[in-house]
Write a protein that binds this ligand. Structure first.
Ligand SMILES: *[C@@H]1O[C@H](CO)[C@@H](O)[C@H](O)[C@H]1NC(C)=O
Ligand SMILES: *[C@@H]1O[C@H](CO)[C@@H](O)[C@H](O)[C@H]1NC(C)=O
Length: 310
C-alpha cells in the first residue's frame, strides 16, 4: 500500500498535456489518454458514451493504469467519489472479466466479498481499490482512448496537442490560382467557422503551423502561395486578430497592415523564415484559421444527457 501511495503521488508529476487533451491523464507507456467523465451514469450509458468518443470504459491492466484512472478521477471530481470502470461479472456469475469479454489481467478488489457481490465495478480513487455495485447505480466513469484527435476538432481541421487548438488551412481554390481574399475577408471567413486567423506565440507553434501549411513545389511564392495569419500592425503596435498578446514576433521589424507565412522549398529561405508583410488590400489564395478544440468533458457530458433522454 505504501508503495502504491508513493507511486500515486509520483504520478501527479506526470499530468501534462502530452498528446492528450486538457483535463485528461496521459498514460505515455500505453499511448493512451484517460479521462473521467463527472456525470453520474449507469453502466449502459457510461459505456455508450466512451464508445461514442471512440474509446471504451477503462479496463485497468496494470497497477500503473489503475493509479492513472484514480488520478484522472481526482482531477475531474470535486469530491472523490467512486468511479465506474470496465470490469463486470461474467454471465451474472461470480467470475469477473473486462467489459469487452476478455479475461482480467489485473485486479484490486477491496475484499473477497466485493469481488463477488454485485455485477459492476467501481474504483475508489482515494485507496485505489475496487468495489462491486449494481450496474444501474449511477457513478461518474473513466474512459480510455488511444486517439482523440478526430473527436476534438471539426472534420477538415487538425488538432494540435500543445496549444489545444484546431487549425484549418484554406488552400488554393481557384484552379488558375487567382487571388482570393485580403486579410479582413479571411478573418470574416474564419469567424463564420467560429475561429480567427491563426495567432502564433512560440517558436514551437510557429514550426507546427509552418509544417501544417507546407506546400511542395508548384506554388507561387508570392500572394498565390503565401497564407495569411492574424497579425497586423498600426502606428507601431502589433496585434493578433484573436485579441491575444503579441508576444512572439517573426515580422521583419516593419509595421504594415497584414502578415503571411509560406513554407515551400521552392521559395527563398528569406521569405520562409519570417512573416512577410503586406498591405490591407493585398489578396491571397491561402489563409489559416484557428479555434480552441472542444473540451472533451463537455462533449462527453452532452452525450450522457442525450443517452439518458433516449
Ligand atoms: C436497479 O435494478 C434493480 C433490479 O433490476 C431494481 O430493483 C432497482 O430499482 C434498480 N435501481 C435503479 C436506481 O434503477
Ligand atoms: C477587402 O476586400 C473586400 C472585397 O472582398 C473589400 O470590400 C474590402 O474593402 C477590402 N479591404 C481592404 C482593406 O482593402
Amino acid at each position: 500500500m505504501l508503495s502504491q501511495i508513493i507511486l500515486f503521488v509520483g504520478y501527479f508529476g506526470l499530468i501534462f498535456g502530452g498528446s492528450c487533451p486538457a483535463g485528461s491523464v496521459n498514460y505515455v507507456e500505453a499511448g493512451e489518454c484517460i479521462v473521467t467523465i463527472p456525470a453520474p451514469a449507469p453502466l449502459s450509458t457510461a459505456s455508450r458514451t466512451c464508445a461514442a468518443l471512440s474509446g471504451r470504459l477503462i479496463q485497468p491492466q496494470t497497477q500503473q493504469e489503475n493509479v492513472l484512472a484514480a488520478v484522472s478521477a481526482i482531477k475531474a471530481l470535486p469530491t472523490k467519489v467512486p468511479v465506474t470502470i470496465g470490469v463486470i461479472q461474467r454471465d451474472r456469475g461470480v467470475d469477473r472479466i473486462y467489459a469487452d469479454g476478455t479475461p482480467l489481467q489485473y485486479l484490486n478488489f477491496f475484499s473477497e466479498s466485493e469481488y463477488s457481490a454485485s455485477p459492476c465495478t467501481v474504483l475508489n480513487p482515494t485507496n485505489l481499490q475496487w468495489y462491486s455495485t449494481p450496474c444501474n447505480d449511477t457513478h461518474p466513469f473513466v474512459c480510455q482512448f488511444s486517439d482523440l484527435s478526430t473527436m476534438l476538432c471539426p472534420t477538415g481541421w487538425s488538432w494540435n496537442d500543445f496549444t489545444q487548438n484546431c487549425y484549418y488551412v484554406q488552400n488554393i481554390v481557384a484552379s488558375n490560382h487567382a487571388l482570393y481574399v485580403n486579410q479582413s475577408d479571411a478573418e470574416a471567413i474564419c469567424a463564420q467557422m467560429g475561429a480567427h486567423l491563426a495567432s502564433i506565440h512560440t517558436q514551437r507553434e510557429n514550426i507546427w503551423i509552418r509544417n501544417f501549411i507546407a506546400t511542395y513545389g508548384g506554388v507561387d511564392c508570392g500572394q498565390g502561395g503565401q497564407a495569411l495569419i492574424g497579425a497586423s500592425c498600426k502606428d507601431g503596435k502589433k496585434t493578433w486578430s484573436d485579441g491575444t498578446t503579441f508576444d512572439y514576433d517573426l515580422t521583419n521589424g516593419d509595421c504594415t497592415d497584414a502578415y503571411t507565412m509560406i513554407n515551400d522549398y521552392n521559395c527563398g529561405l528569406a521569405i520562409r523564415e519570417i512573416w512577410p508583410s503586406w498591405y490591407a488590400q493585398n489578396q491571397f489564395s491561402r489563409f489559416i484559421c484557428q479555434k480552441a478544440a472542444l473540451h472533451l468533458a463537455d462533449v462527453a457530458m452532452n452525450l450522457v444527457k442525450t443517452f439518458q433522454n433516449i
